[in-house]
Design a protein around this ligand. Structure first.
Ligand SMILES: C[S@@+](CC[C@H](N)C(=O)[O-])C[C@H]1O[C@@H](n2cnc3c(N)ncnc32)[C@H](O)[C@@H]1O
Length: 456
């Protein structure tokens, strides 16, 4: 039986819910005809697969350029006079590590089809700034090293927690892991339990590619760049990522958005969300309703991780008590939570590590609930042939972008801040008295931003 024979009956079109036909080179919806590419053995099951592909290609390009710049910055440091020989050694080693790392990541993601494209860094920054910064390819990159290089103790502790909350209800046979990352927990569960199928879903192709290839038995080399290296030699470490053994058949990785998960209703008897619920933008009740629809009646949702809500209003930053109290309205009866202090991302090469009081519980699905409406996008965003409306927010953005461009264009290597303030007054944008401190503050921020080394 091919892996697609196993996978295809579980999948559904993330756009219309129709059944999917999966073949080696791609998948297609029998309902709406949407086509999904299969790239490097991973099915891209997004509502807009081509847009997702373009988006991740953009992020890969940003990462490449970021690594090139970082390497160049380290090499430029080498030209400074009076460097201590150890500093020289560190800069040289780190530049080499960054360059080698870039080559390894490019080779790994070569199937994405980026090689040979010459796109300007500035265009990606301008068009994609928000996405790459919030969810770049290397968000959670360190997890790969924990999963497949040095994290035996942490991985075993995580597995033990999840097994403990699953035990009272018995082993599931179809498990979905949402936001599976590098996939170690999915792998460990698949190896430990008599699961027929374990699906690891994530939207990050770097994490899913490594998870898929390593869990199938490949060894992959990648560099680790610890947050606080313990020694000079540990600033950029080449590590070999490997699984203890190739996984049993039935463990599969797919790419998709957990908020529009490409599976038919009631497909799984367990859905695990490891370190996931508090990082997605969905409000908890809506997210729980989405999870509910994926689970068969009587099946379980397994929560594992933290409650460190970010980027949302205070009323949506729920305590554990609120989470448990909201579960029944989403059709769940939650079992008693465990709270266990666990080491988190304790790389032997880093001085930085966390201990988290990790929460885990299993919640049984006792009722169906209304499925939250998918986010509706306006027609002009859906259809690329329609005029884009001149919304007040767009006009405002356009004006501020022009002011921004005007200030940047005034920088010619000759004008002072005072000269620029005068020009601002001439253009009736501001009085020169107000413009002077405003430009000063603006340029200070630009200068600061230029020093900051963004991470993609
Ligand atoms: C905090 S990490 C946890 C990763 C993994 N579960 C672990 O414990 O190592 C969150 C994961 O969710 C993924 N993710 C975030 N939003 C997602 C979405 N809407 N759909 C699919 N995956 C998502 C990220 O790429 C990342 O791998």
């Amino acid at each position: 039986m091919s892996r697609y024979d196993l996978l295809a009956p579980l999948l559904a079109c993330p756009a219309c819910g129709g059944p999917l036909d999966v073949v080696g080179a791609g998948a297609a919806c029998r309902g709406c005809g949407l086509q999904f590419p299969v790239i490097g053995g991973l099915a891209w099951l997004f509502v807009e697969p081509q847009a997702a592909l373009a988006d991740w290609r953009g992020r890969l390009r940003l990462l490449e350029q970021h690594l090139e710049r970082e390497a160049a910055l380290h090499r430029a440091g080498l030209s400074l006079a009076g460097l201590h020989p150890l500093t020289r050694l560190r800069l040289e080693a780190q530049a080499g590590a960054l360059e080698a790392h870039s080559r390894l990541v490019q080779a790994l993601l070569e199937p994405l089809g980026l090689t040979g494209r010459e796109e300007r860094h500035e265009v990606h920054l301008a068009l994609g700034t928000r996405l790459p910064l919030s969810q770049g390819l290397t968000n959670y990159y360190a997890n790969l090293h924990r999963d497949w290089a040095w994290g035996d103790q942490e991985n075993a502790a995580s597995l033990a927690e999840v097994l403990a909350v699953l035990a009272p209800g018995g082993a599931p046979s179809r498990l979905l892991v949402l936001g599976a990352g590098g996939g170690r927990l999915a792998y460990d569960l698949h190896q430990s339990l008599p699961l027929e199928v374990t699906l690891a879903l994530d939207f990050n192709p770097l994490l899913a590619t490594v998870g898929q290839r390593v869990s199938a038995g490949e060894k992959l080399d990648l560099f680790e760049f610890p947050i606080a290296p313990r020694s000079l030699a540990e600033h950029g470490l080449r590590r070999t990522l490997a699984a203890p053994a190739p996984s049993r058949p039935g463990l599969e990785f797919v790419l998709g958005d957990a908020l529009a998960a490409p599976f038919a209703d009631g497909t799984f008897d367990a859905v695990l969300t490891p370190w996931f619920v508090d990082i997605v933008p969905d409000d908890l009740p809506a997210l729980m309703a989405r999870i509910n629809r994926l689970i068969a009646p009587g099946g379980r949702w397994v929560f594992f991780g933290s409650l460190a809500w970010a980027d949302r209003p205070p009323e949506r930053c729920y305590s554990l008590e609120e989470l448990l109290a909201l579960a029944p309205a989403a059709g769940f009866e939650a079992g008693p939570p465990r709270e266990t202090p666990l080491p988190y991302m304790r790389s032997p090469a880093s001085r930085h590590a966390r201990i988290e009081a990790v929460v885990s519980f299993a919640a049984r699905k006792v009722a169906e609930v209304e499925r939250p409406a998918p986010p509706v996008r306006p027609d002009w965003l859906e259809r690329t042939d329609l005029p884009v409306p001149a919304l007040p927010a767009f006009r405002e953005q356009s004006l501020s972008t022009r002011v921004y461009a005007f200030i940047m264009a005034m920088i010619d290597g000759k004008r002072s801040i005072r000269d620029m303030a005068r020009l601002m007054e001439e253009q009736r944008l501001m009085t020169s008295a107000d413009a002077e401190p405003a430009i000063q503050g603006f340029l200070a921020r630009m200068h600061e931003d230029a020093q900051r080394r963004a991470n993609f």
